[in-house]
Design a protein around this ligand. Structure first.
Ligand SMILES: CO[C@H]1[C@H](O)[C@@H](O)[C@H](O)O[C@@H]1C(=O)O
Length: 677
């Protein structure tokens, strides 16, 4: 009897052990045991990176014999590799060991996704040289726009305590080809460059190095003054230049392969060269000169907005175009995908392609500051692809942002792509299990921007969850539509920045922040009045359309040819304007919000139905996040429709669910999150 009870108990525990998954392993769920024995791995040499590659094979590879071979003639692959089936074995070759490690992750991915391993003949060359994460982590452990707990970097404990997550982080990045990281917030503390902090940075760099990851730092332009006690931080002051020179030498003594600096200057209150009447080029070049002897680079951000009254969407272009050709060749201008700020949908940033003699790189945001943060399931590959595939026409038809930034159209000395990370201390790393997919997607696209959103989702689901079609197909569909769904319930038809100030989580279309910058207020962006809705950026308005190359300036300048998903970005249009499907603007807007809500409801059903194929922990966690997302979608719909209705004075179409909130109550919601604009 006793035994029987024990058996029953053991039997009941089986599912628990099978399903003891929590998300902490990310997509790295290779088979745990039964890897190949050492004699099935042929490789010469003993180098830390190679040793990791061999260890991964021993622990996880279940296939045939593998040969790892460095080959100097493969330099042209720029860190890439070849995988070839030769008789009974697989040969992975690359110029350097890091290419071999990438090749090993490639075959482990094939194994994990149950792809064919027969007759392989693969050549991989990355789209970009520098594939970099930007952490907005502060020295006190908080993260600006971080929604997955505190920073991974425990500065106070370094170098005495080394968290195992440092290496896990490096491994996860290497597995998708990310090869660089900026450890600290672009709103940078001058203390980052203090001797004691640099020594801590060295420890992280040492852990990341075998995984091919170079460390970069965000620097505060006033460091010479604040940290060095100099009179000012004027880039043309010899003492200031010497301070940076000495600092560079100090850094490279500790970290010989240090990557360089990321700089946010003269933006949102940060100091910069303009404080001394100098230009962005003067500032960037001063830093570039001190890094040059060591092979370091400067990533200078174009996210600036000046005290001018110009449309905010025009400002980066206005500041940087006159400086084209004035930057050193180890400076690269880092440009947000859109001209405003990581909105659910923006027109692409017109600065892409406009700098002809200066290297340009994209900055994406993986952390979902404006996309429901860690609560909403929004798969971002479609957003990333939309930007990369946008044709700027800068050098004629086909001048996509991908081709401008990857060196195809401009033989750029330097190619790079970056994204603001969503990683924190949370057990599942990113707050929402599905937000891991956005880290993954960024890495995969940085490696190969020709991959489709669907391919990436397919891989990620198979690696992270299962290849069972009953899970794979519906979940993939949910992911692929999720970005458009978020656009629909937040800001359809080109609406933008109608978020509540500070936290940027919920809706506040009525926001009119008198006394602050006009361009921090939602009312500035949607321009709703009794005539209509939208921001007039045509010739009769801010003329932002003129910053686009022909024929885009005309296409966007004309209401009839502007794509409807951007119509309110470029035009102020009457409420009864007739859309392509025959509906009025007001009706179209209403149906878009409604579609967004309905889709989230569908996602809830999809998720509940796949319960048999996922562990309890992840099932419940995603399920409860979807509940929040569904409530938030209704909140967005009610807030925006009830508010805009005060101008349109038209009824919400009767086949749409009625609002369940009162506008006045919604206006009272105050969330205490975040800390500035
Ligand atoms: C790091 O600051 C961020 C800020 O939190 C974010 O709300 C803003 O819009 O963008 C800034 C930037 O990109 O510099």
């Amino acid at each position: 009897m006793k035994n029987l009870r024990l058996y029953i108990l053991l039997f009941l525990m089986i599912p628990l052990t099978i399903f003891a998954e929590d998300g902490s392993q990310l997509w790295l769920r290779f088979p745990a045991k039964n890897g190949v024995s050492t004699d099935k791995i042929i490789s010469k040499g003993n180098n830390p990176t190679l040793n990791i590659a061999k260890k991964e094979l021993m622990n996880h590879w279940q296939g045939q014999e593998i040969e790892l071979r460095t080959d100097k003639s493969l330099k042209y692959l720029k860190g890439g590799y070849k995988i070839k089936s030769v008789q009974n074995k697989l040969v992975i070759s690359a110029e350097k060991e890091i290419g071999l490690l990438y090749g090993v992750y490639h075959i482990l991915r094939l194994q994990q996704t149950k792809s064919s391993l027969a007759n392989l003949n693969i050549t991989e060359k990355p789209s970009y040289d520098v594939r970099i994460l930007n952490h907005w982590d502060n020295l006190d452990g908080t993260i600006e726009r971080g929604y997955a707990g505190h920073s991974l970097w425990k500065w106070e404990n370094l170098p005495n305590t080394i968290s195992p997550r440092y290496e896990e982080y490096a491994r996860a990045n290497a597995s998708i080809g990310i090869n660089a990281t900026v450890l600290n917030n672009v709103n940078a503390s001058p203390n980052m460059l203090r001797k004691d902090y640099l020594e801590k940075v060295k420890f992280l760099a040492d852990i990341f190095r075998p995984y091919g990851i170079k460390v970069y730092l965000s620097v505060n332009f006033s460091s010479p003054k604040v940290l060095g006690g100099l009179e000012n931080s004027d880039p043309l002051n010899k003492d200031v230049q010497k301070w940076w020179k000495d600092k560079a030498s100090e850094i490279y003594k500790l970290i010989p392969d240090f990557g360089g600096f990321l700089v946010k200057a003269n933006s949102e209150g940060q100091p910069g060269p303009q404080d001394y009447g100098r230009t962005h080029a003067d500032g960037a070049n001063m830093m570039a000169d001190v890094l040059k002897p060591y092979g370091g680079i400067v990533m200078w951000r174009a996210f600036v907005y000046s005290p001018s009254k110009e449309d905010r969407a025009k400002q980066a272009y206005l500041e940087f175009v006159p400086l084209d050709g004035k930057f050193r060749d180890n400076v690269i201008v880092q440009i947000k995908n859109g001209p405003v700020d990581f909105q659910p949908r923006e027109a692409f940033n017109p600065l892409f392609g406009a700098l002809k003699k200066t290297s340009e790189m994209v900055e994406f945001q993986i952390t979902q500051e404006y996309l429901g943060q860690a609560n909403h399931l929004v798969y971002l590959a479609p957003l990333f692809k939309e930007t990369l595939d946008s044709d700027t026409y800068s050098d004629g038809k086909g001048s996509t942002i991908a081709k401008i930034t990857d060196g195809t159209l401009r033989p750029a000395k330097l190619t790079a792509i970056s994204a603001v990370a969503n990683i924190g201390e949370d057990k599942n790393w990113t707050g929402h299990h599905f937000a891991q997919a956005n880290w993954y997607a960024f890495g995969r696209l940085a490696w190969n921007h020709d991959l489709t959103s669907e391919q990436i989702a397919d891989e990620w689901i198979k690696m992270t969850f299962t290849d069972n079609e009953k899970f794979l197909n519906p979940v993939k569909q949910m992911m692929l539509t999720s970005r458009e769904t978020a656009v629909d319930y937040m800001m359809p038809l080109g609406l933008h920045h109608i978020f509540a100030g500070m936290h940027h989580y919920g809706p506040e279309p009525w926001g009119d922040y008198k006394g602050t910058r006009a361009d921090w207020s939602p009312v500035y962006y949607h321009q709703a009045n009794t005539q209509g809705l939208g921001f007039n950026r045509t010739k009769t308005g801010s003329n932002a359309v003129s910053q686009y190359f022909p024929p885009l300036n005309d296409i966007y300048g004309n209401i009839k040819t502007t794509p409807e998903n951007l119509i309110l970005w470029f035009h102020h249009i009457p409420w009864d304007y007739q859309m392509k499907d025959g509906k009025t603007l007001w009706e179209e807007l209403s149906y878009k919000y409604d579609t967004g809500v309905k889709n989230v409801r569908e996602y809830q059903k999809v998720w509940d139905k796949i319960q048999p194929y996922v562990d309890e922990e992840r099932f419940t966690e995603v399920q409860s996040k979807l509940k929040i997302q569904a409530k938030d979608a209704v909140w967005w719909k009610d807030a925006c429709l009830l508010y805009f209705q005060t101008f349109s004075k038209m009824p919400i179409p009767y086949d749409i669910e009625r609002p369940i909130h009162e506008l006045e109550d919604l206006k009272k919601i105050k969330l205490d999150m975040g800390h500035h604009n």
